[in-house]
Design a protein. Structure first.
Length: 454
């Protein structure tokens, strides 16, 4: 059942066609190749913890050993027993004394051709400073890997958000152009009627027709830009490029949400809001534990063990009339005392000290860089917001000018040149305002990214 659900879930993801910004971010995180690699790295870190923990757990080992001597080991031994016996007999006059000649030698062995032994041993680590600190370091490493994953997620958030926003801005431009075309189409139709009734010149009709055609060309370009922006969003989300995708949030909705988020932009700097800073802090702690781990290598380690063994020595292995099993058992402690390692641990400690100094410098540099980023991003956001408000006022003013110019032209007291000029100014003001919205939202994204609150 689990495999069925696991296989069906990705299909549900890719069946989705319409996304809010948060849904797009969640999809991008779930499908990110980099995030999947980080998840595997986290699993590997968990396995490393189990591996290191197992080093200090009790160990139980058993073994069986059989050995057959093709040539039984033996030792030539001088016959000391015969001369001794004969010497006693000679001394007691049991037999007449005589010369025994040179001592004889014979082969003597304590081995049997077949040896079978079985043993079992239980051992456990009682104390090892390197092991204890190594286990702590492994747990910190797991947190470090998880934090690297958070840093990657933060990057995906920023990339997907900007790609999503670029589509909304392009669509907003398309919507404005379509509205302008509709208004211009009405004016063009009116001027054609006026021309047919002799109240306008053909030149006026041609000028408005050119303006309309230019708007249509511009709208087609914007539509192509929407498609390009969609492909970028699909890429950032790791969404199939051949499938269509829709956005279920509008620019106005995001503006309302982000304006609320922007209210807290003047809050103080909190370095721990940035995932990169947390990663640097974890690196510092990991270096400290690594230093203690290597330093603990100077201390003795203690291990306890107990073992039992039974051996069988026979000429014929299966002859039960021969000697049976010979048991043996023992308990003990084993202490390992490091005395001199050629300076290996000293060199390792020196390298770790260097890494600790580098981590301190990187962290201090990051704090300065983050402070500068927030300061610059705040200035950029304030300027972008002021520029957007200014562009909105300019748009409203150009809209009023265009409306009055169009009224004057229809009443015969204005020229088509004035209409086209005010129309061009209005279109530029609309484009400037839309671009100012994009700049303001982009600046807000940069500010939130700098503060770590995106």
């Amino acid at each position: 059942m689990f495999l069925l659900v696991a296989g069906f879930f990705p299909a549900l993801l890719f069946a989705q066609k319409s996304f809010t910004l948060q849904e797009a971010i969640d999809f991008g995180v779930a499908q990110s190749h980099e995030i999947k690699l980080k998840s595997l790295a986290t699993e590997d870190a968990n396995a490393q913890i189990k591996e290191i923990r197992a080093f200090g757990m009790p160990k139980l080992n058993a073994g069986i050993n059989y050995q057959h001597f093709l040539a039984v080991p033996s030792q030539p031994v001088q016959d000391f027993l015969g001369p001794t016996v004969y010497g006693i007999l000679f001394k007691e006059n049991v037999i007449p004394a005589r010369d025994l000649g040179d001592p004889q030698t014979f082969k003597f062995t304590l081995f049997q051709p077949n040896t079978l032994s079985g043993n079992i041993e239980l051992s456990s680590l009682l104390f090892d400073g390197s092991y204890l600190y190594g286990l702590k370091a492994a747990r910190f490493y797991r947190e470090l890997v998880a934090q690297e994953k958070n840093v990657s997620i933060q990057k995906i958030k920023e990339q997907v958000t900007k790609a999503y926003l670029s589509i909304l801005i392009a669509r907003e431009n398309e919507k404005v152009l379509t509205k302008n075309m509709e208004n211009l189409a009405i004016s063009l139709n009116d001027i054609k009627v006026m021309y047919q009734n002799g109240f306008a010149e053909l030149l006026d009709v041609d000028r408005l027709q050119v303006s309309y055609d230019n708007l249509e060309t511009e709208r087609n370009n914007i539509r192509q830009l929407v498609n390009i922006s969609k492909n970028l969003l699909k890429f950032q989300m790791n969404y199939p490029l051949e499938d269509d995708i829709e956005l279920s949030q509008t620019l106005d909705q995001l503006l309302a949400e982000w304006n609320v988020a922007a209210d807290g932009k003047n809050a103080g700097i909190n370095y721990n809001e940035r995932e990169e800073y947390k990663l640097l802090s974890l690196s510092q702690e990991l270096n400290k534990l690594d230093f203690k781990r290597v330093q603990a290598g100077y201390y003795p380690s203690l291990r306890a063990f107990t073992s039992a063994q039974a051996s069988l020595f026979r000429k014929n292995l299966f002859d039960t009339d021969e000697t049976g099993w010979i048991p043996q058992s023992a308990v003990g402690l084993a202490m390992s005392i490091p005395i001199y390692d050629g300076g290996e641990k000293s060199a390792k400690l020196q390298r770790i000290r260097i890494n600790m100094q580098k981590a301190d410098l990187e962290k201090a540099h990051f704090e300065k860089a983050m402070t500068m980023q927030i300061s610059n991003a705040t200035i950029a956001y304030d300027n972008a917001k002021y520029r957007m408000e200014s562009r909105k006022k300019a748009l409203d003013l150009n809209q009023r000018i265009y409306d009055l110019t169009l009224i004057k032209f229809k009443e015969g007291v204005g020229s088509s040149v004035e209409v086209i000029q005010s129309e061009g100014a209005l279109f530029r003001a609309q484009g400037d305002y839309t671009n100012a919205i994009y700049d303001m939202l982009g600046a807000l994204i940069d500010l939130q990214s700098a503060k770590g609150t995106l």
